[in-house]
Write a protein that binds this ligand. Structure first.
Ligand code: AOF
Ligand code: ZN
Length: 337
């Protein structure tokens, strides 16, 4: 299952509105083939893995094999035929899956269908890890809203700019490479008109490996004054300018909901200044906070969060730490209870 989870991660940011799913087929303790879901409308992970085994070892190798898949196999005709049928036809004799499918059309159905065909079914293996990969999909299924990651790069005095006259970067190359990977796991990046004017950011995927086989993320600018945005900004002039949209700053929840419906967005990364960041947190729209802490004192004017006040505070859970060169990344989920 751990191998299947590695396969699933390859799809993060590429499969929306579908979930990222991975599968590995094993017989007599030997891995015969694996696969991952590459995008909506394309074969599911199970069918990718079946095809890989067929090609490498022939049809007969599938009979009596076990499949490890990170998500409960689907059982309805969507853009593609049901995986439960594909598994039965292939002669697979054991199905082990991790997470239940949050899609109500599938949830809880696979076990019965597979068992009725004489297949042994086991579920819940590494379920938490597998569920973490499909958080965006699960949130959309549950609420119609995308998974929102707030990314902040800040100095130890909680500022997001350097002292005047110095280079604009707070964090080092390693942390910035991680930001690129984070962007690649999302379908949209949200920013403010203010940040666009101040930083003229690109908000794109620059690593060809991360950009290959997927569209550039949507770049969504929230502003009250669209007419005053500089037309020469990167977002309006670069090669992906058709992936830039300008939206109303006063209704961020509505903007997020429409991104799901109109642009098949399941996860959004927020890269903006302290004011919009605080507003989104206070409005309960942020699901995860990823903070990069740079070992310097900026003394700059722009705080990472510039709210009117967080009321009773916002509780975070499941914290994780990682070092990137001289910087530290702290990420945690916003607790909902
Ligand atoms: C799986 N394996 O790799 C994926 C699954 O329109 P379709 O046919 O692509 O079906 C999409 C639904 O199938 C999606 O909402 C989710 O419930 C499931 N996705 N299922 O067994 C996969 N991507
Ligand atoms: Zn399927």
């Amino acid at each position: 299952m751990r191998r299947a989870i590695d396969e699933a991660r390859k799809g993060s940011g590429r499969t929306s509105p579908n979930p990222a799913v991975g599968a590995v087929i094993v017989k007599d303790g030997v891995e015969l083939g694996c696969g991952w879901h590459r995008g909506a409308g394309l074969p599911h992970a199970e069918r990718e893995a079946i095809a890989a085994v067929r090609e490498a070892h022939g049809e007969a190798a599938l009979r009596g094999s076990s499949i490890y898949v990170t998500l409960e196999p689907c059982s309805t005709h969507g853009r593609t035929p049901p995986c439960t049928e594909g598994l039965i036809e292939a002669g697979i004799s054991r199905v082990v899956y991790a997470a239940e499918d949050p899609n109500p059309a599938h949830a809880g159905r696979a076990d019965r269908l597979l068992a009725a065909a004489g297949i042994a079914v086991q579920s819940g293996v590494l379920a938490d890890e597998a569920a973490a990969i499909i958080r965006p999909f699960a949130k959309v299924q549950r609420s119609g809203m995308p998974w929102v990651i707030l990314k902040t790069a800040m100095s130890l005095d909680g500022r997001i700019t350097r002292p005047p006259g110095e280079s604009m970067w707070l964090t080092g190359l390693e942390a910035r490479a991680e930001v690129q990977r984070l962007r690649a796991s999302c379908e949209a990046i949200l920013t403010s008109g203010e940040t666009l004017r101040r930083d003229n950011p690109r908000l794109d995927l620059r690593d060809p490996e991360l950009a290959a086989g997927r569209a550039q993320p949507w770049r969504v600018v929230l502003t009250r004054d669209a007419a005053s945005l500089p037309p020469e900004a990167h977002l309006f002039t670069d090669a992906h300018r058709e992936r830039t949209v300008v939206e109303d700053r006063d209704h961020p929840a509505e903007v997020l909901r429409r991104l799901v419906v109109e642009r098949a967005v399941s996860s959004v990364m927020v890269e903006c200044g302290g004011r919009l960041a605080a507003e989104l947190v206070e409005a309960g729209l942020v699901d995860e906070w990823v903070a990069f802490l740079a070992p310097l004192l900026s003394g700059g004017p722009v705080p990472a969060l510039a709210g009117a006040g967080m009321g009773e505070g916002v509780k975070l859970e499941a914290p994780a730490f990682q070092r990137f060169g001289p910087d530290v990344m702290l990420r945690a989920l916003v607790r909902r209870d």
